[in-house]
Design a protein around this ligand. Structure first.
Ligand code: ADP
Ligand code: ZN
Length: 731
């Protein structure tokens, strides 16, 4: 390899592929040579697979058998800092490198040459004959006037076949055009005027701008009550970053929530940023992936995996709602996007802003310890004030069986309706009822593959397992005893609350908001905008509504079951309940009308409920931190969760016991092993799950010890061991 990282034709190169191999493979550099970091296609057995030139070849293969790189893809080589980042993520999460590389190449056809594609828009003609399918296609084009669709996107969105679209093209009702696939994104202008900031906001923005100009890594915790203008303030940091010619990334927790946000970005900078999320089409993904690498996009707004895009010069990462649990990916590679954002920024000299009204205890503690800068926005913008919060003591309310809206809450809702204002009922459970019980035999309907109950979804007319996603029709007869007509719903879900609200307020316009009640993220976004504009009197929502939306007419929030999050053995239960309740309450009274939040609870004296009411956040954090410190748990100690799973429960326990006995490498660092114990969900998709919990001191090298501990394992049959460093929840 030359000094500039160039390999001549025939040089041995080590290629990291996305295939599950535990090492790089040697190849010969192709005709014309290649750069270190080049994305390549290499032959592997009979196939061609994607890889990256990771370094000089190891030379431990029979040289006569080494094959050549098939071709170098036409994309920017991976930067050294990205190689470092991926390696560090792999080390931190104990994930094999190929899986990490897959995360970083989640776009199809990466190396394909620039090409044109057909797109479809509304045409001029009316079709002579209208069918339902044709009407749906034209309806989609009308609804999303400015967008052009690929054939598949249009057909899928309309629920029609592609021949219907083609037929409409022939008739001139739909237009077919050529469009290049990968265009740079429109220019975002940082110098368009932003809003006039208040003194407090201005001070925070000035500080963030100065931080950025330092050009050095650093993290800021931007804490401010909902509505205090955190977004307004961090968009000023984005503007500064763009002025410096560097790229910015805004991570958001839930993709359904970006409609309002994107409009704000557009208003500030005059164009839309790149949007990276699971709903993006393959072509959009490819375009973003390439443009990010070429500098053809200044700002990416995205879900957690946007962190793994190949930015050319990333200067700022914003993690909005940094406490949100969806930042922790729990499937496949278990990484926490918030922590990995800090890691990435520290490698590439970028700033991080963690924004939240209710920071995670980790971030709060890091700020306390001086590792993070902390900026507080204390005032809500304009006249909006934090809602008044009160409990409704459910022990003294009279309720009919099978109902959950207390008389006190009902009067409060009626009062808002009389004034033409909105009320939100918060229930963090999807579906109709969490349990379906047979009144003949007393059995609950469970999932066939998991130790989980099936949840009735009346809207879909099915039972669904929230663990594995399995669904089945609602049976007439009890699957256990066969008696018909005795199955009864137990407990409330969002659909059942909607039913109760409809019965209590027959004249109200009621909107139930839960991800599964809408066919697409788009439909949900559209509905949220309508509701914000006043097209509903009562909103019933799951935690989806707790985040980020502005409902200006909303002045009452009723929390149906504030005790829900207090149950269970989760380490973070108190913290989560505190955050969720504060956020939900933060939805009320955002504009000029003061809001009220009413929490229905059977435990009004619970410390968490009391902390929520008193609003003494620092007090809550301090008490919670002291408890965790005493217990030596995160963020004051380190933990790793190990799940051993397999179809045969005996084999699973045998392995777990053997692992617990042979804990030498863990003992060497003073770590303790707890378990094995059945995981809280002891069976998922037919696999039995047993967990070990490892606890170590903060400074202990837990990854290295765990790696050393599991390395000698030879997994027989279908046994699997997964490692979760810093587990968020104890599944
Ligand atoms: P947060 O992110 O803290 O919840 P936002 O930035 O979303 O707060 O601000 C809440 C609302 O107040 C938004 O509609 C925002 O546009 C508005 N707002 C905040 N600060 C200002 C300002 N200085 N001038 C005008 N509007 C503002
Ligand atoms: Zn299941």
């Amino acid at each position: 390899m030359s000094e500039i990282g160039y390999f001549d034709e025939g040089d041995l190169v080590a290629v990291l592929t996305t295939q599950p191999l535990d090492r790089t493979l040697d190849y010969r550099a192709p005709e014309g040579g290649c750069f270190l970091g080049a994305f390549v296609e290499v032959p592997l057995g009979p196939r061609k697979v994607l890889g990256v030139v990771w370094g000089a070849g190891r030379g431990d293969f029979d040289r006569s058998k080494i094959r050549s790189v098939s071709r170098v893809l036409d994309v920017a080589p991976m930067r050294a800092e990205m190689q470092t980042f991926l390696t560090r993520v792999a080390d931190y999460t104990l994930t094999p490198m190929p899986a990490i590389l897959r995360l970083a190449t989640r776009a199809p056809g990466l190396g394909d040459p620039q090409s044109m594609r057909k797109v479809y828009r509304m045409g001029e003609e009316e079709p002579s004959k209208m069918t339902d399918a044709r009407r749906r296609v034209l309806g989609v084009l009308e609804e999303f006037g400015g967008l052009s669709f690929t054939l598949k996107e249009l057909a899928d969105t309309a629920g029609a076949s592609s021949s219907v679209v083609k037929g409409l093209v022939k008739l001139g009702a739909v237009r077919e055009e050529d469009s290049p696939r990968d265009l740079p994104f429109p220019y975002l202008d940082p110098d368009r005027p932003g809003k006039d900031l208040t003194d407090e906001q201005m001070k925070a923005a000035d500080r963030l701008r100065a931080d950025l100009r330092s050009g050095q890594y650093g993290t800021t915790l931007l804490k401010g009550v909902t509505g205090s203008g955190k977004t307004e303030v961090y968009l000023e940091a984005v503007a500064e970053c763009l002025r410096m010619g560097r790229q910015a990334l805004v991570l958001l927790p839930e993709i359904a929530l970006t409609a309002e946000f994107l409009t704000r970005v557009e208003a500030r900078f005059g164009a839309r940023p790149a949007e990276w999320h699971s709903g993006a089409t393959m072509t959009e993904r490819r375009r973003i992936w390439r443009m990010v690498g070429q500098g053809g996009t200044q700002l990416v707004v995205g879900a957690r995996s946007a962190l793994f895009l190949p930015y050319r010069d990333l200067g700022l990462i914003i993690v909005d709602e940094e406490h949100d649990t969806s930042y922790k990916q729990e499937d496949g590679v278990t990484y926490n996007a918030r922590d990995m954002a800090v890691l990435r920024a520290s490698i590439c000299g970028a700033r991080v802003i963690l924004a939240s009204a209710t920071p995670s205890l980790e971030s709060w503690a890091n700020a306390e310890a001086g590792k993070y800068e902390r900026l507080d926005l204390t005032a809500r913008f304009g006249a909006a004030v934090l809602p008044e919060m009160k409990t409704i003591d459910m022990r003294s309310e009279q309720l009919q069986p099978g109902t959950w809206i207390s008389p006190t809450l009902r009067r409060a809702i009626q009062d808002r309706m009389d004034k033409g204002e909105q009320a939100l009922l918060f229930i963090n459970r999807r579906g109709y009822a969490p349990v379906t019980l047979c009144r003949a035999c007393g059995q609950q309907i469970g999932c066939d593959h998991c130790d989980a109950r099936m949840v009735e979804h009346r809207f879909l007319k099915r039972l669904m397992c929230h663990q594995c996603g399995e669904t089945k029709p609602m049976p007439e007869a009890c699957p256990s005893c066969g008696v018909e007509g005795k199955l009864a719903p137990v407990g409330p879900g969002i659909e059942r609350m909607a039913e109760e609200a409809t019965a209590l307020f027959p004249d109200a316009r009621i909107a139930a908001l839960s991800s599964d009640l809408y066919g697409s993220a788009r439909a949900l976004k559209a509905r949220i905008v309508e509701i914000a504009n006043g097209e509903a009197d009562i909103i019933i929502g799951t935690q989806l509504v707790a985040k980020g939306h502005n409902f200006p007419l909303l002045t009452l929030v009723g929390v149906i079951d504030a005790d829900l999050g207090l149950q269970g053995s989760d380490l973070r239960a108190a913290e989560r309940t505190f955050q969720l309740m504060r956020q939900v309450a933060g939805r009320a009274g955002r504009a000029d009308k003061p809001g009220t939040a009413l929490l229905q609870t059977f435990q009004p004296d619970h410390p968490v409920i009391r902390a929520i009411l008193s609003g003494d956040e620092e007090g809550f954090w301090k008490a919670e931190a002291a408890e965790r410190q005493a217990a030596g748990v995160p963020p004051f100690g380190r933990m790793a969760g190990i799940v051993i799973s397999g179809p045969d429960v005996g084999a699973v326990f045998d392995l777990a016991n053997a692992m617990a006995r042979n804990d030498g490498p863990l003992r060497q660092i003073g770590a303790q092993v707890f378990g094995p114990a059945p995981a809280p969900i002891a069976r998922i998709r037919g696999r039995h799950r047993v967990r070990l919990l490892i606890k170590a001191e903060k400074a202990a090298p837990i990854q290295a010890a765990v790696a050393k501990w599991i390395a000698p394992l030879r997994l027989k049959g279908d046994l699997r061991v997964t490692v979760d460093i810093d587990p968020q929840s104890f599944y």
